[in-house]
Design a protein around this ligand. Sequence first.
Ligand code: PRP
Length: 549
Amino acid sequence: MKRFDLITPEGTNELIFEDCAVRRGVEERLAKLFTEKGYREVVTPGLEFFDIFNLNSRYFPQESMYKLTDGKGRLLVARPDSTLPIARIAATRLKDSLPLRLFYCQDVYRNNPVMRGKSIEIRQMGIELIGDVEDADMEVIKTAIETLSLCGGEFRIELGDISFFRELMNRLDADEDKKENIRRLIEAKNYPALNDLLDSIGENSITRVLKRLPGLFGGEEVFEKAQELFARELFTDEKTDCFLLNLKEFYHSLVSLGLGGQITVDLGIVNKMHYYTGIVVKGYIRGYGDSVLSGGRYNNLLSEFGSNAPAVGFAVNINAVSKLNKELNGVPSALKEPRPLRIALTKGRLEKDTITLLEKIGYDCSDVRDKGRRLILAIEKKEAQSVIEVVLAKADDVITYVENGVCDMGVVGKDIITERSGKFFELADLGFGRCRLSLAVKKGTDFYKGYNVKTIATKYPNSARAFFEEKSIDVDIVKIEGSVELAPLLNLSDAIVDIVETGSTLRENGLEVIEEISTISARLIVNTVSLKLHQKEIEQLLNSINNEQ
Ligand code: PRP
């Protein structure tokens, strides 16, 4: 019998001895910093009414929240975020005490996808500066920098301003669904799909600027590129000029404080578009594959609780910082010594074409071609004296390694990306590994006839589910691991959703495609932090790849 009383739920952690000491150390350092700067602590309830997170504001998808009911059967959630409850306190009980400088240290709960190494209970510390305060953005960003410098390790703060994107969206003639798709593609720096979507809307100055937005990241040079782009496409546009000028001045004031080395800019930060209204910030620490700090200006949030005031703040992931601190204390060399860029290649179907591509751009791949059972190999580009590490893995694992930052880049099929989803940048369509995700049946079958719920066999249950949901058709889905074509032949299913390349497997087994769902090819994906910390090397590699295509 399984003993659930002896284990903890997936995504939660017991902290023992030094884990507690390290976490407490981090929290005390940050609490001291915040207190010295005049921020006062608040604690909000661990359980809140569902309505707070899903009534006016729909920033938290309902499937991402843990729910339960109170004594009267009303829906509660385990707090998924601290900013909304703090905005409520500020707009109600503390509304006569503005401006407010508040800080918090508490857990948030997110129903993250299982088996991805993600926590569902995340300790966060953060500050909120609420009310009309001169130079509030500067105060908060400077505090964010000081916060990361107290966290240990090499860090980077990245600034953006969501106003550009909001302004461009206001001017774009497209429905809300399309706008949300554009936002998601810019956030994922998915240039190929973004270009296709914007082309379908039509060519104009707004779509041309939107196409370039995800690429406007890096150092000081970003302002020049953006200025040149806006001047060309938007002519003399006071609004966007003003946003850009403000951000530039802001950046320069930080540089003049000697912080230039740690600050970068990304005009393509467009997360939580309806939540943030101005400056946005992200923080990275080398050795952790996701941002550890995130925040920005949110001037409309308090109005949801009856009285409005401008506000700006950020939160730090204490789980991540504690983990890094523990590693830094225990095995300093692992995090302090830089390693070569690491790329994960999908074994099998895409392997040969990927190796050929790496050879075309100058890498000696003889070791990879003759790898035996070795799984990590170094390859060298002699003329550039550049070495990268190649990891060979199954497609799903390529995504896992890139998402977690243990590999910086990966080559994987679009079928797996759509099926798995995840947080990474999808920088390029590599053009090879072309095939189609298709709905196929035994030849001559009228799939849509009759009222019986049809059974679909597939290696891609999420993509198949999404396809039929889009058509509002109920189906039963059976997950099959390989040779999916067998399922209808053995009468296990009415149809299959599977990839078709040459079509010979279908032909030889008396099956035919009745609908094409999507086209697929190999993609280059990049970890969100690696792109920022190794921008030059990754861009060089990307340019060589683009020149080869
Ligand atoms: C894929 C797919 C089809 C076949 C299609 O399977 O699931 O079975 O290839 O290719 P074709 O159109 O060129 O015939 P894969 O070879 O990857 O192996 P699997 O079925 O064992 O997963």
